[in-house]
Design a protein around this ligand. Structure first.
Ligand SMILES: NC(=O)c1ccc[n+]([C@@H]2O[C@H](COP(=O)([O-])OP(=O)(O)OC[C@H]3O[C@@H](n4cnc5c(N)ncnc54)[C@H](O)[C@@H]3O)[C@@H](O)[C@H]2O)c1
Length: 316
């Protein structure tokens, strides 16, 4: 099959691209990093060739906001389109640029999927649930708390009844997230603090902040399963809420077991600057009608990821 992956040089897209290129003709289209910054000083584009060193397929560098992006997809005549390209940073509050990038462009992606009769699978987000009580369930209590989350909920509304599959990823962690800097998962960020022998920094009250952390290998499997899913929106999480405290404890215990750390470091608590737009408890309600089944517990995922994290640390 001909498969397009927009945003395929980013975290989730590159993991899928590196897998699908083994059996399909894959086009990755992404605006690679040019070091431009948003007003919050975060990089605009997290895509990098470093995520595609194992990729064997076509690569095209273009911006979602430019016509050549769609012309390239059109000429590739895709059977499947995975759409990940987006402003993925929940702390970009400039509504105009978030909506132009995430919402306006989606109409063009849907039109291309329709023209080529291609299966469209796109990235929605668990952020659409805001403070909704756990377990978060598709169709219930969707009250976004920032422009990013609003853009993703709007995409779900635009895609309704088109046959497209929207996947609401919860907190994803794993290989190829390193280039997302401070928007990379707290699993990686805590691990690097600990490996640097620095006290891991948690927000005050972290023992009461729970998230559904889902490992990238499960997410890649969900993306592949989505090719055969009925049109609709599905949660992609582990189905289990875990605290930020647990991440630090699991990491420290694994590092002690491997002889890399002598004893648990003391945690430091810092004020949470995001309390107005923060999710304090997420846990995905998984849908039986979607064949995706997560395999990795937080312990298993972190253990599987640890060699990669140590490699990242040693290359710094
Ligand atoms: N990682 C998570 O935990 C998570 C959770 C929920 C939803 N999502 C969504 O999943 C998708 C992939 O997330 P990710 O973590 O891989 O993020 P990412 O930032 O690593 O990937 C997004 C990719 O899109 C590209 N891109 C951004 N703006 C572009 C533009 N204007 N033109 C062309 N390319 C552009 C970036 O270069 C990057 O490679 C995103 O849509 C994100 O919103 C991610």
């Amino acid at each position: 099959m001909n498969i397009v992956i927009t945003g395929g040089a980013g975290f989730i897209g590159s993991n899928l691209a590196n897998e699908l290129c083994k059996n399909h003709k894959v086009l990755v289209i992404d605006n690679f990093d040019n070091n431009e910054r948003f007003s919050n000083n975060k990089r605009k584009y997290f895509g990098t060739y470093k995520n595609l060193l194992e990729f064997d397929g076509l690569i095209y560098s273009a911006n979602l906001l430019d016509d050549e992006f769609y012309a390239m997809i059109d000429s590739f005549a895709p059977n499947v389109i995975y759409h990940f390209a987006a402003i993925s940073d929940t702390t970009v509050y400039d509504e105009e640029i978030v909506f132009k990038s995430n919402i306006n462009t989606f109409y063009k992606i849907i039109a291309l999927a329709k023209k080529h009769n291609a299966k469209l699978i796109y990235a929605s987000s668990a952020s659409v649930y805001g403070d909704a009580p756990s377990p978060q369930t598709v169709g219930l209590n969707e009250i976004p708390k920032n422009p990013y989350a609003f853009s993703k909920l709007t995409m779900d509304k635009i895609a309704k009844d088109t046959g497209a599959v929207g996947l609401r990823y919860f907190n994803v962690y794993g290989k190829n997230e390193f280039y997302k800097d401070t928007t990379a998962s707290m699993i990686l960020q805590f691990a690097l603090q600990i490996l640097n022998n620095n006290s891991p920094k948690l927000f005050v009250g972290s023992d009461k902040i729970f998230r559904d952390f889902v490992y990238i290998k499960d997410v890649t499997n969900a993306n592949i399963a989505a090719m055969n899913a009925n049109g609709g929106v599905y949660n992609v999480g582990s189905g289990k809420a875990r605290s930020f405290e647990s991440i630090v404890d699991i990491l420290q215990d694994l590092l002690i077991k491997r002889g890399i750390l002598k004893e648990r470091l003391q945690k430091t608590y810092i004020p949470n600057p995001y309390t107005n737009a923060y999710q304090f408890h997420t846990e995905a309600k998984l849908d039986d009608s979607f064949s995706y089944r997560p395999i990795y517990s937080l312990e298993d995922g972190i253990n599987d990821y640890l060699d990669e994290i140590i490699k990242i640390f040693n290359n710094k």
